[in-house]
Each structure stands twice: as C-alpha cells, then as structure tokens.
Design a protein around this ligand. Structure first.
Ligand code: PLP
Length: 389
C-alpha cells in the first residue's frame, strides 16, 4: 500500500532523511528466517527468559483488582521514587522529580532528542551504534555525525573534541553497548565527560544494559563531575528484567530537559502502560535476586561463547549486554556474505555488522540470549561453516 490519497508525506520523511529511514537492517534480515524452526537465531537482542514470576504475579494481581487506568503523565509516584533510589547503585543521587517513566527506552531516545535539538545542530553518534539513534536524530532535525570507534569500539577524548566547531548539541552514548558489548570503566568515562564539557553538549546516556555488566560495576556518566546538569540517563526494564514486551523505561534528567520531554510525552503517549509500571515497581522492590540469576547465566554463556569464537576470529571481549561482535573478515567474506551463507548453509542466524553502521562491516553481531545448549550447537555449526570455506 503506497498510496496516500495523492497527498505527499512529510518532507523530512520523503526528501531530506529518506536514506536514513531505510528499514532497520536487523528487521529486514530477519524476514528471511521467519517461521523456520530449524534455525538457531543469535540474531534477536531479546532476553530468552520470561518476565520473573513474582513480577508477572504482581501485574496479574493488579489486573484482578481492576487497576487499568491512566497514571500521572510522569508515571506512578512510587515507581519514580523507587527509580531515583535505585540509581544510587550506579552512583547517581537524584530525586523522583527528575524521573519520567517512558514507554520503553525507545520513547526516551525519541523525546530526549526532540526536546533538546534544534534543526541544524549536530548529534554525535559513535559507531557501531544501536539502530534507532540515527533515524530518530534525523527526525529531530539534527545533522548527524558518525564517529567510528573501531577496532576496540571505545570512544576517546580525542575522538570527540575534534568536533568542537561543529555545533554539537548531543552525544549519544550507549554502554554496555549494542552491538559490541563494550563498556567503560569510570576512568574512561571521565575522558568522555571532559570532552562533553569541552564541547558544551548534552549526553544522552542509554544505560539499558547497565544491569548486565560482567567485568566491572556499571557507573553512570551522570555521576561524574560536571555531568549532572548535562546528562539524560535512559534505562528501563526490557533487558535486565526481561520485560521487553511490557514497554516500560525511564529517563532521569535535569529539570528543564525533563520538562521538555514531558511536553512531548504527555501529548504523544500520555503515560506508560499502568500494568507494566506496576511490574516495574515490583522489579525494583523485589527483583534483585532474579536479575542476578539472569546476569550470572549471561556471563556464563559469554565466557563459553567468546572462548569458542576466539578460536575462529578476533573478538573484542564484551564487558556486558548479551552480544559478541566478532571480526569475520579473516574468512574473506563480508559481514553480509558471512551472515547470509551461515544462515543458508548451517541454519544459524547472526546480524551483519553493517546494520550498525559502516564501521561494523566485516563483523557480525551474535546475541547469546539463547540457552547454553543452543549456543553450543550454534557455535559448532559456525565452526563447521568456517572450516568448510
Ligand atoms: N537501547 C538499546 C541500546 C537497545 O539495544 C534497545 C533494544 O534492543 C533499546 C534501547 C530499546 O529498549 P526498550 O525495549 O526499552 O524500548
């Protein structure tokens, strides 16, 4: 259905930003495997655990009680208070007044960008990058500059300050990172914070994998000197608490930015789903044990999987999340060829690294959010494939 009754779509969609609005590389690729039971998919960035039972129970109970109405635009007060309190574990002292409950981090990314960016201002996006940052930044009217971070996938002070004359308004930061799994220790974050101060820009810090950190404790960049007033923290319940379909996340931001975000949120979303907010509150109050159980399991899989991958490829050690991003160029295949042939010949799905930006080409993203058994089988098949080349 391509007709619009003869009326054109928005100029932004049609002309200026149409190239960046190509369908997400990941989704397009997965159309190839829909409905195939014989495929082991390391492609989807989604926990393989169900929402922990006590969280489900709390949501069911709230439905039984008939709690189904809108909440405040900001979200449930108890949840906002619990989020403010919870973020102490990542080094941030804040108040519920700085918390907005969103419909997933996805909404948070969109409204944070739209609240702060004027047309013509620049958004810096380190690559490889989560797929939504560039399209949403373009839709906010920004000029986007991609910063390649290969080969170690770490952003440095020098990478950033060379853009000091480019009217930079926002740096998008994501750690632990999708698709590389790489994260930053406090000392490394200090460099990034210094650069943000030098550029006088806002950092939108997507910390959705902060709970899934294996090598060191996650620290929020908002906790560092000079960053409190220029950081929008985004986090949520999709990954750590396996609540992807519930659609609940949050932003912690300085008051003027939060007010701007609220102006969009209250008209476009009204509020996050109440049942999901109740589940989120239970997750923060009583979900720590379940979170730890899932985190430990991902870490076990990472240790196994990366060891096996390293027998075949160069792989930067993922510090967190549930992704590995091997460099498959030693096979002589591009990331796309590798992924397509692995799927066709061995029934294992991975995502070509180029879906995450040019600097991801030559790599593939493998999500180890599958059982150990499947992971072992997938890596055996991958090894057979590489040996057959
Ligand atoms: N940010 C990153 C880095 C992600 O990887 C994802 C999902 O894959 C999201 C945000 C989306 O999160 P949510 O489900 O909270 O909208």
């Amino acid at each position: 259905m391509r007709r619009t009754g003869g009326l054109p779509l928005s100029r932004d969609i049609l002309n200026i930003r149409v190239r960046e609005l190509k369908p997400s590389g990941i989704r397009r690729f997965f159309e190839l495997i829909i409905g195939r039971d014989d495929v082991i998919s390391l492609g989807v960035g989604e926990p393989d655990f169900a929402v922990p039972w006590r969280i489900r129970e709390e949501m069911i109970y709230s439905l039984e009680k008939g709690i189904t109405s809108y909440t405040s635009n900001f979200g449930l007060l108890e949840l906002r208070e619990a989020i403010a309190d919870y973020y102490k574990k990542f080094g941030v002292e804040t108040s519920y007044e700085n918390v907005l409950v969103t419909t997933g981090v996805s909404e948070g990314i969109d409204i944070a960008l739209r609240a702060v960016v004027n047309p013509g201002e620049t958004v810096l996006v380190p690559e490889p990058t989560y797929v939504s940052y560039q399209p949403l930044a373009f839709l906010s009217g920004a000029d986007v500059i991609s910063i390649p971070t290969c080969p170690d996938f770490k952003l440095t002070f020098e990478d950033l300050v060379k853009y000091r004359d480019r009217n930079v308004k926002v740096l998008m930061l994501n750690y632990p990172n999708n698709p590389t799994g790489v994260s930053y220790r406090k000392k490394e974050l200090e460099e990034i914070a210094d650069a943000a101060v030098e550029l006088d820009c806002i950092v939108i810090s997507d910390e959705i994998y902060g709970e899934l950190s294996y090598n060191f404790r996650h620290v929020s960049i908002a906790s560092l000197n000079g960053m409190e007033d220029r950081t929008v923290i985004l986090n949520g319940f999709s990954k750590g608490f396996a609540m992807t379909g519930m659609r609940v996340g949050y932003a912690i931001a300085p008051e003027p930015i939060l007010d701007g975000m609220l102006k969009i949120h209250q008209y476009s979303m009204l509020c996050a789903p109440v049942t999901a907010q109740i589940g989120a509150l239970e997750a923060l109050r009583n979900g720590e044990d379940e979170l730890e159980r899932m985190r430990a399991e991902y870490m076990r899989r990472r240790n196994f999987f990366v060891k096996r991958l390293r027998e075949m490829f160069d792989v930067v050690m993922p510090d967190g999340a549930f992704y590995a991003f091997p460099d498959v160029s030693s096979t002589g295949l591009s990331g796309e060829e590798f992924a397509e042939r692995l799927l066709m010949e061995k029934n294992v799905a991975v995502v070509p690294g180029s879906a995450f930006g040019e600097c991801g080409s030559g790599h593939v993203r493998c999500a180890y959010a599958v059982s150990m058994e499947k992971l072992r089988e997938a890596v055996d098949r991958m090894s057979d494939f590489v040996n057959s080349l």
